[in-house]
Design a binder for this molecule. Structure first.
Ligand code: ATP
Ligand code: MG
Length: 334
C-alpha cells in the first residue's frame, strides 16, 4: 500500500472550504492508502508562538472535526507533530540543503508573510527563522514517514516542490535515502466564500464551520452575495454570479436545474432560495455533527485515537531515521 500524508495546522475549526478542498478527498482515499493525518502543532506555533493555549485547544478541536468529517481511525492514523521529535531532528539536517533565498522566493510563504504584517512587519522585515523555514519542517514531516502522495490544495504545491528538491539533494549527497513525494491536487481546488470572496477562510470571516449551528448557518447564508442586478423578488437573475447558487451546486442539491431555470425566469426570490440552501446545508452537516457529538461525549476515545496514531507514526519515523543517520554517518552507537 502506498502512503499518503496530509494534515492541518491546529489554528481553528474546519470549515466547508477545508471539507471540499481537502478533507473529503482524504476520507475517500483512506481506504486505499496507508493514511497519516498530521495535526501540525509545531507549524502552527511558527506564527502563534505567543499563543500556545490557542494551539493546544485547537489540537483537540481538529481531532474532533476530522473524526466528525469521516476520517476513520481504523483506516487512518491521526497524529500530533510535536510528539515526533525525530522530525525536528530531520528538519535540522534538511536545513543545510536549502538556501535562505530559495525560501524567500516561495510564493506561498511570501503571500502569507504579506498577510501577517502585525507579526512580521509591513514588508516582512521581522520574519522569523521558524516561519521562513516551515516548508523545510514540512519536508521532514513527509519524508520521515516515507510518504508517497500528499493530497493538498494548490497553495501547498510550492512546498511539495521544495520537499522534492530537498530529497534530490539529500539523495545526491548522502546516497539514496528518500523517495520523492508527489502532490495530489484535489478536484475542487478552492472554495469561495458566501460573501463573494474567491476563498472561504477563517481569517476572512466568511467561513461556515462544520460544527456551526443552524442559527449560525442561517445568519451567514442570509447575508450571502447574489446577483446585484436583481432588485425585486421577481427580477430575472444570473445564477452564475450568485453565491447561493454556487453553494447549491457544491452541496449537490438535486433541485439544481429547477433553481437555475426559476432564477433566470425571475420566478424564484432570493430569500426563498437562501432558505432552501440553509436546509440543504444543515442536511449535509447533520451526519458530521452527529459524529462530532459522539466524540465530544467520549473524550477518552479521542485521546486513545491520538495516542495510537502518534505511536504508529513515531514507530515508522524511527525506522526511517536509522537510515538517515547511517547514510549521514551519524550512527555512532548503532
Ligand atoms: P486562515 O484564514 O487563517 O489562513 P484558512 O481558513 O485559510 O485559515 P488554513 O488553516 O490556512 O485555513 O487552511 C489549511 C489548508 O486548507 C490550506 O492549505 C488549503 O489547502 C485548505 N483550504 C483552506 N481554505 C480553503 C478553501 N476555501 N478552499 C479549498 N481549500 C482550502
Ligand atoms: Mg490559509
Amino acid at each position: 500500500m502506498k502512503t499518503i500524508i496530509t494534515g492541518d495546522r491546529p489554528t481553528g475549526r474546519l470549515h466547508l472550504g477545508h471539507y471540499f478542498g481537502s478533507v473529503q478527498n482524504r476520507v475517500k482515499m483512506q481506504y486505499d492508502y496507508d493514511t497519516y493525518i498530521l495535526i501540525a502543532d509545531v507549524q502552527a506555533l511558527t506564527d502563534n508562538f505567543e499563543n500556545p493555549q490557542k494551539v493546544r485547544e485547537n489540537v483537540h478541536e481538529l481531532a474532533l472535526d476530522y473524526l466528525a468529517a469521516g476520517i476513520d481511525p481504523t483506516h487512518s492514523h491521526i497524529y500530533i507533530q510535536s510528539c515526533i521529535p525525530e522530525v525536528a531532528e530531520l528538519t535540522v539536517y534538511f536545513s543545510n540543503l536549502v538556501t535562505v533565498s530559495r525560501l524567500y522566493r516561495n510564493p506561498t510563504t511570501k503571500h502569507e508573510v504579506g498577510q501577517k504584517t502585525e507579526l512580521f512587519g509591513s514588508d516582512g522585515e521581522s520574519i522569523t527563522y521558524g516561519f521562513l523555514g516551515y516548508p523545510v519542517s514540512q519536508a521532514a514531516d513527509i519524508t520521515a514517514l516515507d510518504g508517497d502522495y500528499v493530497p493538498v490544495g494548490e497553495d501547498q504545491v510550492p512546498h511539495i516542490e521544495q520537499t522534492r528538491e530537498i530529497v534530490r539533494k539529500f539523495n545526491t549527497i548522502y546516497g539514496e535515502t528518500f523517495k520523492e513525494p508527489e502532490a495530489v491536487l484535489s478536484e475542487t481546488p478552492r472554495i469561495k466564500g458566501l460573501d463573494g470572496n474567491d476563498k472561504m477562510g477563517k481569517s476572512l470571516g466568511n467561513a461556515i464551520y462544520l460544527a456551526d449551528t443552524e442559527e449560525e448557518v442561517s445568519k451567514k447564508v442570509m447575508s450571502a452575495v447574489t446577483d446585484p442586478s436583481k432588485i425585486k423578488k421577481d427580477d430575472p437573475a444570473n445564477p452564475d454570479i450568485c453565491m447561493v447558487y454556487y453553494y447549491h451546486k457544491l452541496l449537490n442539491n438535486p433541485n439544481l436545474d429547477t433553481i437555475c431555470k426559476e432564477c433566470k425566469a425571475g420566478s424564484r426570490g432570493c430569500v426563498a432560495c437562501k432558505k432552501e440552501l440553509i436546509k440543504v446545508m444543515m442536511e449535509f452537516l447533520k451526519p458530521i455533527q452527529e459524529r462530532r457529538k459522539y466524540y465530544e461525549e467520549h473524550p477518552e476515545e479521542v485521546e486513545r485515537i491520538l495516542q495510537e496514531g502518534t505511536a504508529s507514526a513515531r514507530e515508522r519515523t524511527k525506522e526511517v531515521m536509522k537510515r538517515v543517520r547511517k547514510n549521514m554517518k551519524l550512527d555512532y552507537f548503532e
